[in-house]
Design a protein. Structure first.
Length: 153
């Protein structure tokens, strides 16, 4: 039976899935604002007029985007001025949030079980070979099923 947290993960994964293709798109070297403005054959002064700022203000916007320092509000303003829609999202590197959770749970489970196994071996109570892997797998499943906060430490 799925718990509330698992349902939330599934729902958000479904929403994020549409962004997967965006990973293959690389931003232009001078930024999207500059690329779109020049492709539309629009001057900085013209865009500035639409934004109620000076030509130098547009240059600052383009420069700040190029170095990754632009705000979402500024991008939203530019999108509105250019009659475009700003799209913003995240793409899980693991393919899905569920996979990210499983990987982090596996890493934590491995750390916990191996540390426990090491301590028990020092007391001649170590876990038998194949049981270590099963203990890691079982703990990882439990951690990921409950999406325990400790997997993010």
């Amino acid at each position: 039976m799925r718990n509330r947290q698992q349902l939330l993960v599934e729902q958000l994964d479904q929403k994020l899935r549409v962004f997967q293709q965006a990973v293959t798109v690389s931003a232009p070297e001078r930024g999207w604002v500059h690329a779109i403005r020049t492709t539309l054959n629009m001057t900085m002064a013209q865009l500035g007029t639409k934004l109620n700022i000076t030509r130098q203000g547009v240059k600052r916007i383009e420069n700040s985007e190029a170095v990754g320092a632009i705000t979402l509000n500024s991008l939203q303003d530019v999108a509105h001025a250019l009659d475009l829609q700003l799209v913003y999202g995240f793409v899980p590197k693991d393919g899905s949030l569920d996979q990210l959770i499983k990987r982090k749970a596996e890493e934590l489970a491995q750390k916990i079980v191996l540390r426990t196994h090491q301590n028990m071996r020092l007391e001649d109570q170590g876990i038998e070979g194949g049981k270590v892997d099963k203990a890691i797998k079982d703990l990882a499943e439990e951690l990921s099923r409950e999406v325990r906060r400790s997997i993010w430490d």
